[in-house]
Design a protein around this ligand. Structure first.
Ligand code: IPM
Ligand code: MG
Length: 367
């Protein structure tokens, strides 16, 4: 297969982790007889430096002309980076929000799976003397809610006042519910819809549409829970969840929480999908400016995102499996980037510390 992939290396650790993922995709192409053409585009701070804006129309056009987008990370340290002197709609993050919206990527899939090899890095206490074991996926609505509602800062009666608006219409809720139920059908057939229906109108509509969709999937178990309870349940008993579906803001927060219980936020991939097979694939973590350029970042979230790209955008199931097996294999062999090294010195002795690029090379070599 000839694959055209738009590639966004981005800022911070973005170029390092994207290079590692590209190496792994290269190994896949070689082994399975595919060809990959990358179309590099700038987004985020590097685009601001070059073009004065975090995302150009040309970049969006290039992305649209490809089968998928592979992305590293964008943004810098707001305390020191000049990008954050710009108005909010000109900052790096605005580029990411714009590309999600421009490409119609409303369904953000964030699997959180605890590799048995990393059980010692899971911050949750063992349960009944047994190591933790969970495998859930957060389906986050990505192009609505507070992120895209009207916002303003103004002076009202002499008092500085800021407003953000959360808006959802029934169609936006229905389509993300449909994504969640379809995914659940291919997994353990359980959907947990997360909202704040005891307070918010958007959540009450969310719950109503969710119930109507659930009726179309009698084979899938369905439950509603409130977002505060969900945050608590995730650290109490993540084993109870299969598919969690939620709105944009709640999904942002819960997915960071879910990632950390897998041992490191450096492990969590994501796929952002719309209608059809096109998608954008990026790690759930950010650009970690504090460790940028040091070759110590964990590239696994980006490599697992590349596996999702193969599976969802190009239908290459066997190749995606091969990437995931290779990741599993480096973990089994004890290779660990700094974030994955167990705190316990005895446990750490059994591991081999590796750099970002070594981790990428080792995964590629196992393909
Ligand atoms: C994420 C990030 C983004 C978001 C930021 C960088 C705008 O936190 O992908 O989770 O909030 O969606
Ligand atoms: Mg986030």
């Amino acid at each position: 297969m000839d694959m055209n992939i738009a590639r966004i290396c981005g800022d911070g650790i973005g170029p390092e982790i994207t290079a590692a993922a590209s190496g792994v995709l290269g190994a896949i192409a070689l082994k399975y007889g595919h060809s990959i053409t990358y179309h590099d585009i700038l987004m985020g701070g590097c685009s601001i430096d070059r073009y004065g804006v975090p995302l150009t129309e040309e970049a969006v056009r290039t992305a649209k002309s490809c089968g998928a987008v592979l992305m590293g990370s964008i943004g810098g340290d707001p305390a020191v980076s000049p990008w954050y002197q710009l108005p909010p709609d000109k900052r790096p993050e605005a580029g990411l929000l714009a590309i999600r919206r421009e490409l119609g990527l409303y369904a953000n899939l964030r699997p959180a799976y605890l590799f048995p090899e990393l059980a010692a890095s899971c911050p949750l206490a063992a349960r009944d003397g047994k190591p933790r074991s969970f495998d859930l996926i957060i389906v986050r609505e990505l192009t609505g809610g507070l992120y895209f509602g009207a916002r303003r800062t103004e002076t009202v009666n002499g008092v500085l006042t800021a407003t953000d608006t959360a808006v959802y219409n029934e169609n936006e809720i229905r389509r993300i519910m449909k994504s969640a139920f379809e995914i659940a059908r291919r997994r353990r057939k359980k959907v947990t819809s997360v909202d704040k229906a005891n307070v918010l109108d958007t959540s009450r509509l969310w719950r109503k549409i969710a119930a109507a969709q659930a009726a179309d999937y009698p084979d899938v178990r369905f439950e509603n829970i409130l977002v505060d309870n969900c945050a608590m349940q995730l650290v109490r008993e993540p084993e109870q969840f299969d598919v969690i579906v939620t709105e944009n803001m709640f999904g942002d927060i819960l997915s960071d929480e879910a990632s950390m219980i897998t041992g490191s936020i450096g492990m969590l991939p994501s796929a952002s999908l719309g209608e059809g097979s096109f998608g954008l694939y990026e790690p759930s973590h950010g650009s970690a400016p504090d460790i940028a350029g040091k070759n110590i970042a964990n590239p696994i979230a980006t490599i697992l995102s590349a596996a999702m790209l193969l599976r969802y955008s190009f239908g290459l199931q066997r190749e995606a499996d091969a990437v995931e097996h290779a990741v599993r294999s480096v973990l089994t062999d004890g290779l660990r980037t700094a974030d994955l090294l167990p705190k316990d010195p005895e446990e750490a002795k059994k591991c081999r510390p590796v750099t970002c690029s070594e981790m990428g090379e080792q995964i590629a070599a196992r393909i």
